[in-house]
Write a protein that binds this ligand. Structure first.
Ligand SMILES: Cc1ncc(COP(=O)(O)O)c(C=O)c1O
Length: 429
């Protein structure tokens, strides 16, 4: 076995864990027990799919359940955290996460619903300018959303959804190529809906450069930040992004199906003339309970809310945002760079001798914490990683596994375990 992955390697991993300037806040999370391998807990590398449960989650949920039991409907006004303005308790933390002003931020619904709400307002196609720009490897739900929006406006979705492909032989997009498409075909594009971090390859797009190029071409700059929020530092306000949507159940650890977020830049946020799918929670609270038929949108991104916030789904987000505030995104990013760089070093050793290839850009500035590997029979590999080694990663059919050491709770030792297990299971070249 090569030195990097030998028991010396394990000692080195443990040493790195001991000396890291921002050690994992693992004690703040429930790390699932391992049912295989030598260790008590799993090496959890799937925070890009579903983040682990913060230990604080149960208490915030218990609080809401207790208030519901104690107060019934009066909890809307009298709960410890009154339910009526509940979305406000998560707004500022979510805004800090994406570099937005509070007025530009709203937590609501799930991601695809929010993509539709944003497209309804910002995809205003004309005969000349009717396209939505996505990556070819965009998440399927984004494809469906883009295609169905184009069809809603009477366009042929095959023409109206422009899919950006990497150059032949390459796995990721180049910023220059994206900018070039905006320069040459921008007059036909109404909005972008690009993944800030691509879900499959882990590529971090140059959001400010592409946003600027979109604007130069008269294109609305919209982003899906599912894999970027809580993973990489974002400055949506400063970058001038028009709209964005994301989820909180991945890196933000808000729990399965946890509520999504949406960003509407200040310059649009209070524009009551923007068409939208309206509901009473987006109405001015001063008149909401007058029960009148005329919709008066609330200024700010909150004006895009449709329904009553689901308090039991929002409560865990309060707990998880507090962890981000305590650690601070800049420090988390530094730790993330160290962890992913370390994992990459280990994977380099494996890739040299086993049938696997890293798809994610090598430049740390062009990725978050996730490294994607192309491997033979990814599903069986992931099953064996879990069943034989207690390593949890996730699979994208047919040939990709994704490993995401998340800086809040993953350790160097988790990376070492994942790499060692992969080396054991992958066939030789
Ligand atoms: C990039 C991306 N877009 C959309 C979705 C769908 O999210 P939701 O089920 O919350 O609508 C996901 C879910 O993983 C995703 O990763």
């Amino acid at each position: 076995m090569s030195t990097a992955l030998s028991s010396v390697g394990e000692e080195h991993a443990l040493h790195l864990d001991a000396v890291d300037p921002l050690p994992a806040r693992r004690a703040d999370f429930h790390v699932p027990p391992a049912t295989a391998g030598r260790y008590a807990e799993v090496a959890y590398m799937a925070g890009n799919s579903l983040g682990l449960q913060p230990r604080a989650t149960r208490a915030v949920l218990d609080q809401e359940l207790a208030d519901w039991a104690r107060l019934g409907v009066e909890g809307h006004l009298e709960a410890e955290r009154p339910w009526k303005p509940y979305h406000e308790f998560v707004r500022d933390g979510a805004a800090r996460l994406v570099g937005a002003l509070p007025v530009e931020t709203v937590v609501m619904n799930s991601l695809t619903v929010n993509l539709h709400l944003m497209l309804t307002s910002f995809y205003r196609p004309t005969r000349e300018r009717f396209a939505i720009l996505v990556e070819d490897s965009t998440f399927p739900s984004d494809s469906y959303a883009a295609q169905s929006q184009a069809r809603l406006h009477g366009f042929d979705s095959a023409e109206a959804v422009i899919r950006l492909r990497p150059r032949p032989g390459e796995d990721c997009l180049r910023t220059d190529d994206v900018v070039d498409v905006l320069r040459t075909r921008g007059h036909t594009i109404a909005t972008t809906m690009l993944g800030g971090v691509n879900y499959l390859t882990g590529e971090l797009m140059d959001i400010p450069a592409i946003t600027a190029a979109a604007h130069d071409a008269g294109v609305i700059a919209g982003w899906d930040l599912a894999h970027a929020a809580g993973n990489v530092p974002l400055q949506l306000h400063e970058w001038g992004v028009d709209w964005a949507a994301w989820c909180h159940y991945k890196y933000v650890n808000a729990g399965p199906g946890g509520p999504g977020g949406a960003f509407v830049h200040e310059r649009h946020a209070s524009d009551a003339s923007l068409p939208r799918l309206a509901g009473w929670w987006g109405n001015d609270p001063a008149t909401r309970f007058r029960m009148e038929p005329a919709f008066v949108p609330r200024p700010g991104a909150v004006g895009w809310q449709v329904s009553t916030p689901p308090v039991l789904a929002f409560a865990p987000l309060r707990a998880s945002l507090e962890l981000f505030d305590a650690a601070g995104m800049p420090a988390l990013r530094e730790r993330s760079l160290r962890l992913t760089g370390y994992l990459e070093t280990l994977l380099d050793v494996i890739v040299a001798e086993r049938r696997a290839q890293v798809l994610t850009p090598r430049d740390p500035a062009r990725r978050g914490c996730q490294l994607s590997l192309s491997v033979p029979d990814a599903r069986t590999l992931a099953q064996r990683l879990r069943a034989e080694h207690g390593v949890i990663c996730d699979v994208r059919e047919p040939d990709v596994i994704r490993l995401a050491p998340t800086p809040l709770y993953s350790s160097y030792h988790d990376c070492w375990r994942a790499a060692t297990a992969l080396r054991n299971l992958l066939p030789a070249r």
